[in-house]
Design a binder for this molecule. Structure first.
Ligand code: AMP
Ligand code: ZN
Ligand code: FE
Ligand code: FE
Length: 306
């Protein structure tokens, strides 16, 4: 159970230990993915992944179901969560927290604050859309999942369903993207607060898909990561669909410099991002299984002792 075993069950019978692979960044229906947690675990088992981390946005809601499925199917699931963070200097980034436990009151309280801000922002976006002549019903949760965290992708889907736009991409470019008329900026916790909270909750803070910070070149990235390391960052996502061999090498260099663990994942979202496949990304991604093991060791180091 998530409550007692932050690492989920860790069966060694998948045959994936040597030369196996992992996907350490995925989303389910409790945020903006389209598979249920159990379906995602099942899919991971089917494609032969040795380890799967589930990292929904701002919520631990899917972890219990995932953990049950992991026990039934003999699939190793690492519980996590992904949060949006203010990196200062006008930059934001995504922080992954691994070893998340649904029974951790400190983490739950921190996430609850983020969920309230998210809900408030969603309502502001809907108000703007209504004023623009594109009203949507509330709630717009198309799946009716209790506790699911809704965001711009769900609003985009609702706009498509109502026939206001032809695609999710169009919904973003016409209304929801930064600078578009229904865009509302999100209030994010400062990076130092977020990393501190993740550590205090006994989880491993990892910088997700570093390309998305919008930094120019590796020198800027290194300076930025150095700032996060000072705040307690423990790892960096070095393999992800938008990152190539040069990014991986640079992350490996930073890993040596600051003893950061390396992680990797597809950021799988199911049908919302149909070009990204679980485990494979755009077709060629391969995250070593040993990285999942290093991550698990890091989780063991920081997890609260009972
Ligand atoms: P939110 O957390 O509500 O700000 O929504 C962020 C989500 O919107 C992320 O999963 C992004 O991948 C997705 N997103 C951002 N821009 C676009 C876009 N232009 N097209 C499709 N999805 C997008
Ligand atoms: Zn997402
Ligand atoms: Fe992300
Ligand atoms: Fe993600």
């Amino acid at each position: 159970m998530v409550a007692s075993t932050p690492l989920g069950s860790k069966p060694r019978s998948t045959g994936a230990r040597d030369g196996g692979w992992a996907d350490l960044h995925t989303h389910t229906i409790v945020s903006d993915g389209t598979l249920s947690p159990a379906e995602l675990v099942q899919r991971a088992r089917e494609i032969g992944l040795g380890a799967l981390a589930i990292t929904d946005h701002d919520t631990l809601e899917g972890l219990l179901e995932a953990c049950r499925a992991s026990e039934t199917l003999g699939m190793w699931v690492i519980p996590g969560v992904e949060i949006s963070v203010d990196g200062e200097e006008g930059r934001s980034f995504h922080l992954l927290a691994y070893g998340a436990s649904a029974s951790n009151p400190r983490l739950a309280a921190f996430l609850e604050g983020l969920q309230k801000r998210r809900e408030c922002r969603n309502l502001q976006v809907l108000e703007k859309l209504a004023k623009l002549g594109f009203p949507l019903e509330r709630p717009m949760g198309q799946f009716g999942i209790p506790g699911a965290q809704l965001g711009r992708p769900h609003i985009a889907m609702a706009l498509v369903r109502r026939g206001y736009v032809g695609s999710i991409e169009e919904a973003f470019s016409r209304f929801l993207a930064k600078g578009a008329p229904a865009y509302v900026p999100r209030q994010r916790p400062k990076y130092s607060e977020a990393i501190g909270e993740v550590l205090a909750a006994g989880c491993v803070p990892v910088l997700a898909h570093p390309h998305s910070i919008g930094l120019q070149g590796f020198r800027e990235l290194e300076a930025f990561v150095g700032k996060l390391v000072e705040a307690g960052l423990m790892g960096i996502e070095a393999i992800f669909p938008e990152g190539g061999p040069a990014m991986k090498e640079h992350c490996e260099a930073m890993s040596r410099k600051w003893k950061l663990i390396l992680t990797g994942g597809t950021d799988f979202h199911g049908d919302i991002k149909p070009h990204i496949q679980l485990g494979w990304g755009r077709g060629t991604l391969r995250v070593p299984f040993s990285w999942a093991e290093s991550l698990a060791e890091a989780v063991e180091r920081v997890r609260p002792r009972a």
